[in-house]
Design a protein around this ligand. Structure first.
Ligand SMILES: Cc1ncc(COP(=O)(O)O)c(C=O)c1O
Length: 505
């Protein structure tokens, strides 16, 4: 079929992003219906005078996000999205008029710490702890140059107060990055700079406190989020996660929920939430007058294709607040993250941030803003993606080398993947203990930086963060793990010969 697109070569947005967004809009508006075929990429390229590669990248992203599917060699077809789910998406901005008054009253300060249980001091030599950046890749030279320049030219700011919402330069840089990388049309006056992602979650929970009657959270989930939620007096509903993401049909139907999700790379399972679930979730939020906080902690790292749209980028009803962080992309010691809130909530969010901490340190913010604006950030991300991709590949290869057809998921993005242990293996918690004795840190879904409410999470899955181990260490760690599993570790080998069944000789 013929596609009516209008591509603008001079608008600053890439052609593939324009094709993706326009075809997506045609699908969400119902003008391209389920079962309709997209024109072949070659034809699209000829028709619009673009390279075939540009068309292919746009199509790949539409496929990855679930709008179209390949049918063998026949081409790409629009997937079926329940018509109900589309109603909300078409109804842009309706919710904006119904924003709740933000919470500005005093509540207990929330003390959340998502550090390692050992405080980092007694980590094993080969540690697959999640989300640690590679220290050697920190862009020290560029960073030092910028810091020195700022101290020489603008040191007056050190003795002054900053805007509690964050430096305008940094907020603009973040807004631009989110537009390019996450498909979000946001402006600087929707952004509050925070002390990492944890502080952004804290801000959102406090901002919506008076509107919220209950909290909902993925299960298993990120420990920092569970600690934050548990520190409130609100009822908590843990909602199970399966291979499609959070099970939206298990969400409460009573009004006034605040839901925490990690849709791009569920923490800790690594699952990407399907489009059908995303739409169901937005619809649920609208129908139950609820809000969603999207924790997009590691989405700068997608290895096998273009970046995907965030849930907030899909939400036109303004039901999704977004928590981002530079902890993974630059460094956790920086303590810089940000919250993106609907425009109508920004003034209250800024007041709240003033009350919580009166803003963030000037020097780190100004350095980061210059780092992004001068192009270092994009270069650094490109480099890090290569480093982490190569470590991920080493981990996947090592698992394949030592175990029969390992069931791996969540490997296409982020800084960790999960490995479902073969049948007959000890439980993940037992393997965690055995690995630890061999000097290897490998984590069950209920441990490490993950948390499992009610003991519901599967206990045959290990979480392996690979970003801080080089390829040699990754290979060595997995071979140690294999050796310890083969010998039965401290659990003894008696009656455990079956353990060997999934291990390669
Ligand atoms: C799932 C998830 N969310 C949020 C964060 C917040 O990180 P930070 O507070 O360091 O920015 C982390 C850190 O590891 C994380 O794993």
């Amino acid at each position: 079929m013929e596609l009516t697109l209008s591509l603008d070569h001079g608008c600053g947005k890439s052609l593939q992003a324009q094709i993706f967004e326009q075809v997506r809009a045609l699908i969400l508006d119902g003008r391209l219906r389920a079962g309709m075929a997209l024109p072949p990429s070659r034809m699209l390229a000829e028709r619009f005078g673009i390279s075939r590669n540009t068309a292919l990248i746009a199509y790949e992203r539409l496929t990855a996000e679930g709008y179209v599917e390949a049918r063998g060699t026949a081409g790409l077809y629009v997937t079926s999205i329940p018509p109900d789910a589309l109603i909300l998406i078409r109804d842009a901005g309706k919710a904006a008029a119904q924003e709740p008054a933000a919470e500005a009253s005093a509540t207990e300060p929330l003390l959340c710490f998502a550090g390692s249980p050992g405080g980092g001091g007694d980590r094993p030599a080969f540690d697959f702890w999640v989300g640690r950046s590679d220290a050697a890749s920190f862009p020290l030279r560029a960073w030092r140059r910028i810091v020195n320049r700022l101290l020489a030219d603008e040191s007056g700011y050190l003795t002054d107060y900053c805007d509690p919402a964050g430096l305008p330069d940094l907020r603009r840089a973040i807004a631009d990055h989110l537009g390019r990388a996450r498909g979000m049309g946001v402006t600087e006056d929707q952004i509050i700079v925070t002390a990492g992602g944890q502080d952004a979650l804290n801000l959102v929970v406090n901002l919506l406190r008076s509107h919220t009657r209950q909290l909902c959270i993925e299960n298993p989930c990120y420990l920092g989020a569970s600690m934050l939620f548990s520190s409130t007096s609100l009822p908590i509903h843990p909602i199970p996660v399966d291979g499609d993401g959070i099970q939206t049909d298990r969400l409460p139907t009573s009004p006034g929920s605040l839901l925490y999700v990690t849709p791009s790379h569920q923490f800790p399972t690594g699952v990407m939430m399907t489009l059908a679930r995303r739409l169901a979730l937005l619809r649920w939020a609208e129908e139950t007058d609820s809000y969603v906080v999207e924790d997009d902690y590691d989405s700068d790292f997608r290895y096998d294709g273009p970046p995907l749209t965030s849930l907030a980028g899909l939400d036109r009803g303004r039901r999704v607040l977004y928590a981002g962080t530079f902890s993974k992309s630059v460094g956790a010691g920086l303590r810089i993250g940000f919250a993106v809130v609907p425009r109508q909530m920004w003034d209250d969010a800024r007041l709240l941030k003033a009350r919580m901490s009166n803003g963030q340190a000037w020097l780190e913010q100004a350095t980061l803003a210059a780092f992004i604006n001068e192009g270092h950030f994009d270069r650094h991300l490109r480099r890090l993606r290569q480093v982490y991709k190569s470590r991920r590949d080493a981990l996947v290869a090592a698992l394949h080398a030592h175990f029969d057809t390992p069931r791996i998921s969540g490997a296409d993005s982020g800084l960790h993947l999960t490995w479902r242990l073969p049948e007959g293996f000890p439980s993940a918690r037992e393997v965690q203990v055995m690995a630890r004795e061999a000097g290897v840190g490998a984590y069950a879904l209920s441990s490490g930086a993950a948390f499992d409410f009610n003991g519901e999470a599967a206990d045959d899955i290990l979480v392996l963060g690979y970003s801080s181990l080089d390829e040699r260490k990754v290979a060595e760690a997995i071979s140690k793990l294999k050796r310890t599993l083969s010998s039965g570790g401290t659990f003894g080998n008696d009656g455990r010969d079956d353990v060997l069944s999934g291990v390669r000789p």
